[in-house]
Design a protein around this ligand. Structure first.
Ligand SMILES: Cc1ncc(COP(=O)(O)O)c(C=O)c1O
Length: 444
């Protein structure tokens, strides 16, 4: 199938799938449609016409080991051999829970879910049940899934910022009853004065503070360590549940996740994506006292036909086996040094080709903030809200023509990334192609 055939495919698909796709975020705003793929292989996505694209999307950040990973394939085969059983419990859920308890600092008990959205929904209900309170506090530019309790201020327009002030809560979807917004406070990230004021006014009503400890959904924004420690103290002092949504940051910087990276331990952690290398699985993990609130031990409802499905559970065990192997994160060929190799290469290219772009990465996920000062680290969503998304689209299109895939979201800032299948040779090949794409861009 050729590229023209891909256009023909989407034309036909639009008749039976809204917008021709299976989820809004599949659309690549740089291409004006989704990418049509046939298969994946290590660091490559392969199109139906056989073209191989070096992949910097990694399945929304879920494929940390690369496509068609042998261990994950064997796990799926084992699940098939077991008859895809998922009503009764098997021994593997306990085995995986124990592994996670050993790796993730905040995990004393674990419950499995199927998606990040389901995990954030269940965790918020659990926090409300635990505290007997209603309000949750989230941060501008942080994304926690696609439901009524969290879908606010994930990608607002640029606004003028007054330090110390909270942000007006604004829903990101039509169809959300306004009453839900009454339960949501929105704070600017890394602004301790704003958070302290919110707790002064609403502290006794705040059931949970939920955050992306590394705000990858706005690219790759780090928390100040002092700020994060202060958030930990304030939530503890006020009896609010601190939830780290590590659906995207989990296993990115190490097997102890972002909480290990910062040395700050939340009450509840949510994992998804990379935990099972692209096989649907999410995790709610946390302090025993809080987790004991989950039914049937406690009163907070959570269950599902596919909860703890063995596809995800076995795939996660295989993924953790791989991630725990020596040298995956550290050492000369580990993810952290590959990240540095890639980002410094990109910086050199942009400087040499006179393209203004801030390259900001934490571990193997990163942002390309075109139009922003390359030497200034943005700290909060409003620092990057005015980035030049048109140039990002043109850049991604030029890279696509050179066989490098960057996914560009329509309205959200988005994020890029790679995984352990991208070795030095792959990274260097990518840099060559990106450089050629930048030349094309200038001639465009
Ligand atoms: C931080 C974070 N939380 C929650 C979600 C929702 O996860 P899912 O898409 O699996 O529902 C995402 C998805 O991108 C995410 O990045």
């Amino acid at each position: 199938m050729t590229q023209t055939d891909s256009a023909a495919h989407f034309a036909a698909a639009r008749e039976v799938l809204p917008a021709g796709i299976s989820g809004a975020a599949r659309e690549n705003a740089a291409l004006g449609q989704a990418m049509l793929a046939a298969s994946g292989d290590g660091p490559y996505i392969i199109a139906p016409d056989g073209r191989r694209y070096l992949d910097y999307f990694s399945g929304f950040g879920s494929v940390i080991l690369g496509y068609d990973h042998a261990g994950v394939r064997a796990a799926i085969e084992q699940a098939l051999d077991m008859g895809i059983i998922h009503g009764p419990e098997t021994v593997y859920q306990e085995r995986l829970a124990r592994r996670l308890v050993g790796l993730v600092p905040s995990a004393e008990m674990v419950r499995f879910a199927n998606s990040g959205s389901e995990a954030t929904m269940a965790a918020i209900r659990l926090a409300r049940a635990h505290t007997g309170r209603t309000k949750i506090l989230k941060f501008e530019g942080h994304f926690h899934g696609i439901h009524e309790h969290v879908l606010y201020n994930t990608h607002p327009e640029p606004r003028s910022v007054t330090p110390g002030e909270m942000v007006a809560t604004s829903a990101d979807s039509a169809g959300i009853p306004p009453a839900f917004a009454d339960a949501v406070l929105v704070a600017p990230w890394n602004d301790l004065a704003a958070l302290s004021r919110a707790f002064e006014r609403h502290g006794s009503d705040i059931a949970a503070v939920i955050m992306e400890p590394i705000n990858y959904n706005a690219g790759a924004l780090l928390a100040d360590s002092d700020y994060l420690r202060a958030v930990r103290e304030i939530t503890r002092d006020h009896g609010s549940v601190l939830i780290f949504d590590e659906v995207l940051s989990g296993f990115r910087t190490g097997t102890d996740c972002a909480q290990g990276f910062y040395g700050v331990t939340p009450d509840v952690t949510l994992l998804g994506k990379a935990v099972a290398n692209g096989v649907p699985l999410a995790v709610i993990a946390g302090r025993r006292e809080v987790m004991s609130g989950l039914a049937p031990l406690g009163q907070s409802a959570h269950s599902g036909t596919y909860s703890g499905h063995i596809f995800g559970v076995l795939a996660a065990l295989a993924t953790l086996d791989a991630l725990e192997s020596p040298g995956v994160y550290d050492g000369e060929t580990g993810l952290m040094s590959m990240s540095e190799r890639f980002y410094s290469g990109l910086r050199e290219i942009f400087e040499h080709r006179d393209i203004r772009c801030r390259v900001q990465g934490v571990g193997p996920r990163f942002a390309l903030y075109f139009g922003l000062d390359p030497d200034v680290e943005p700290r909060a969503y409003q620092d990057i809200a005015g980035h030049d998304s048109d140039t990002l689209k043109r850049f991604a299109r030029a890279c696509y023509a050179r066989g490098v895939y960057f996914h560009v979201y329509d309205v959200v800032v988005g994020h890029h990334g790679f995984g352990a299948a991208h070795d030095a040779e792959v990274i260097d090949e990518t840099l060559d192609r990106v450089d050629a794409a930048c030349v094309d861009l200038a001639a465009d």
